[in-house]
Write a protein that binds this ligand. Structure first.
Ligand SMILES: Cc1cc2nc3c(=O)[nH]c(=O)nc-3n(C[C@H](O)[C@H](O)[C@H](O)COP(=O)(O)OP(=O)(O)OC[C@H]3O[C@@H](n4cnc5c(N)ncnc54)[C@H](O)[C@@H]3O)c2cc1C
Length: 390
């Protein structure tokens, strides 16, 4: 009997998992379907570039999956019934599965702050980045842009906007001290770059309200903003939390070290949607740097369980955080395996090239989910999916 594997979400994690499964399993034994709301693979790590008017290469999923044996279904997932193993799509059709890989990623997190969805722009999605691009292009010289959030996305967005739109007045509002998780030299480089780009940094300025022409901080300070860019973190889609899957308070699916749901053994979760741990036992952060190795681990675990092979142990650790600071500068903050800053944090033009290589590499890895020749393995028994082989 053919084993039906359904993968939800064709971002970095889902596309990698789908391609890897298709290349490692025999086509006579499995039927692999990848469901995605959009027909293209979106390089989410470049959304700040799209928002500032840069051209991004089109990456139709059909081309990416050509010849792989994966069936693409362009549709929006509306619910998942993990007890009856059925996914419902927005065209009112149902999709049954034997194994599910959940990789629906994330969207911006408003943290319950009033006005975010009504008045703020975003870079977390392609439609959002395109809307922001239109708004930025319409601003007159001196137009005020406030980026909310001092994490990686906020930093990348603020510096990209300031570099691309020199005539605008760009500010960033951050919760605590700017770049407080970076090493001292990393912080120095970040500060220097923001000074050079003329970005005003408002520290200890948690934004508690967004209005049409301003944001208000917890201290009651009003920062005028013709455009507000909300970059204060990501939230997962509520679909998993609405099912009987075990999820965290934030709605991420809790998985074991093989990326298998701890509550439903026929469900795997990868990427931003999953709550997983690094090899050294700390929670993984939402990032493409986490999502790709998570999907290798999930795909190889499914292959092992279907074919009776050994369970893999993909190293799930961090090496660096690569932060673009416009197109001519970047900061590469080296980190410990559990993602704490080391002292080494080179920055500058060469590092901008390195960051670009990392982004190109991430898309390459998605297109080459098994970058070496492998023999497709035959499934032994579907029962192997539930029992762990040694
Ligand atoms: C501006 C920006 C810069 C970033 N820079 C970096 C960086 O430098 N390094 C790094 O490691 N990370 C970075 N990230 C984070 C990184 O992009 C995400 O962590 C990563 O994309 C997560 O991958 P994923 O596959 O889990 O989800 P996604 O890439 O979000 O993919 C999810 C997919 O699911 C689809 N989908 C969602 N809901 C549905 C639905 N209901 N039905 C059907 N399909 C659906 C989406 O269309 C999408 O294709 C950045 C993010 C942003 C926004």
């Amino acid at each position: 009997m053919v084993h039906r594997i359904v993968i939800l979400g064709a971002g970095y994690a889902g596309t990698t998992a789908a391609g890897r499964l298709a290349r490692r399993l025999h086509g006579d034994d499995v039927e692999i379907t990848l469901v995605n709301a959009e027909p293209d693979f979106v390089e989410r790590v470049r959304m700040h570039q799209l928002a500032t008017g840069q051209h991004l290469r089109d990456r139709p999923l059909r081309d990416l999956l050509a010849g792989s044996g994966v069936t693409l279904r362009v549709a929006r997932v509306t619910s998942v019934d993990v007890d009856h193993k059925v996914v419902t799509l927005d065209d009112a059709s149902d999709l049954g599965y034997d194994t599910l890989v959940y990789a629906l990623g994330s969207a911006r997190d408003d943290h319950g702050v009033p006005g975010v969805f009504e008045h703020a722009q975003e870079v977390a999605s392609r439609p959002g980045a395109l809307r922001l691009r239109t708004r930025l292009r319409a601003l007159a010289p001196g137009g005020r842009v406030v980026v909310v959030g001092g994490g990686l996305t906020g930093i990348e967005a603020a510096s990209e906007i300031a570099e691309s739109f020199e005539h605008l007045d760009v500010a960033i509002a951050v919760h605590g001290t700017f770049g407080d998780w970076l090493s001292p030299s990393g912080r120095r480089h970040l500060r220097g770059t923001f000074d050079r780009l003329g970005v005003t940094v408002h520290e200890h300025s948690a934004v508690t309200r967004v209005d049409a022409g301003s944001v208000t901080t917890g201290d009651g300070i009003i920062l005028p903003a013709d455009v507000t860019v909300w970059a204060a973190g990501f939230a997962v889609h509520p679909i998993a939390a609405a099912s009987t899957l075990e999820v965290t308070d934030r709605g991420q699916i809790v998985v074991d070290e093989t990326m298998r749901s701890v509550s439903h053994p026929d469900v795997y979760a990868v990427g931003d949607a999953a709550f997983a741990h690094t090899t050294v036992g700390t929670p993984m952060r939402m990032s493409c740097a986490s999502g790709v190795p998570m999907s290798w681990q999930a795909a190889d675990s499914i292959v092992a369980r279907l074919t009776g092979g050994r369970l893999p142990r993909t190293p799930l650790t961090y090496v660096h955080q690569c932060i673009s600071l416009g197109r001519r500068d970047a900061l590469i903050q080296f980190v410990t395996p559990d993602d704490r800053a080391r002292s080494f944090a080179p920055g500058g033009r060469l590092m901008a090239r390195y960051k670009e290589l990392v982004c190109v590499g991430a898309a390459w890895v998605v297109a080459h989910p098994v970058p070496y020749p492998v023999r497709r393995r035959r499934a032994t028994s579907a029962a192997a999916l539930v029992a762990d082989p040694v």
